[in-house]
Ligand binder design. Structure first.
Ligand code: ATP
Ligand code: MG
Length: 202
């Protein structure tokens, strides 16, 4: 148990279709820099931003996230978004985490800088910034334009060069190209076993 004040929990929301080493390095780096006690990965139910493409079944994305994070004692996975009916909105995730953990917890929502830029357009942005501190991870080749985010509630962190994206992983699987070392070994094996992304519909 920590003796240095409120528990500090990172929340890493994502489609995780599939989870890759970019996600894991970002979570690990932010946990280190912000002294987090735990990082909870929260796979989305139906992501409202991704309605134009088919997303792999929530249960597969959840299991891949569990497999990828199992070896890290500070990483865990929550089903709250996939068990909630309807599209996933970050503000619902944050409200539910707040209810589960009580007022004595500080939340740090970890997100890519690309997503951070869109945040002002998100539902209930003002409430979200009250519920958590937001940490935007910059990817290689991505510079953050000033999105006019509220001062003091947002930090930017440069994550070691990892230009991996789930889109690239899916495209590679469809093209028969390897994804070894872009994702954990167990994820390569799970994708093979479940034949995910082979037909390009995901
Ligand atoms: P897609 O290519 O399908 O959009 P993705 O790789 O961006 O997938 P998501 O599940 O959408 O993965 O991302 C979850 C969160 O992780 C988002 O906040 C995203 O910005 C962030 N993220 C994704 N890839 C990286 C990376 N390589 N480094 C740091 N953060 C990342
Ligand atoms: Mg993305």
């Amino acid at each position: 148990m920590s003796t240095r004040g409120p528990r500090r929990i990172g929340i890493m929301g994502g489609t995780f279709d599939p989870i890759h080493h970019g996600h894991l390095v970002a979570a690990s780096e932010v946990a280190h820099l912000f002294g987090l006690d735990e990082v909870v990965f929260v796979p989305t139910g139906q992501p409202w931003q991704k309605t134009r493409r088919k997303v792999a079944p929530a249960e597969d994305r959840y299991l891949m996230t569990v497999i990828a994070t199992a070896s890290n004692p500070r990483f865990s996975v929550s089903r709250i978004d996939i068990d909630r009916a309807g599209p996933t909105y970050t503000v619902d995730t944050l409200r539910e985490m707040r209810e589960l953990h009580g007022p004595d917890t500080e939340f740090f929502f970890i997100t890519g800088a690309d997503a951070l830029e869109q945040m002002l357009a998100w539902h209930n942005a003002d409430e979200m910034f009250e519920l958590a501190h937001f940490i935007g991870c910059t990817r290689p080749g991505h510079s953050l334009a000033d999105p006019g985010l509220p001062a003091g509630r947002v930090s930017l962190v440069e994550v070691p060069a990892l230009s991996i994206s789930s889109t690239e992983c899916r495209e590679r699987v469809e093209a028969g190209e390897p994804i070894w070392y872009l994702v954990p070994d167990g994820i390569v094996q799970y994708i093979n076993k479940r034949r995910l992304y082979e037909d390009g519909t995901c």
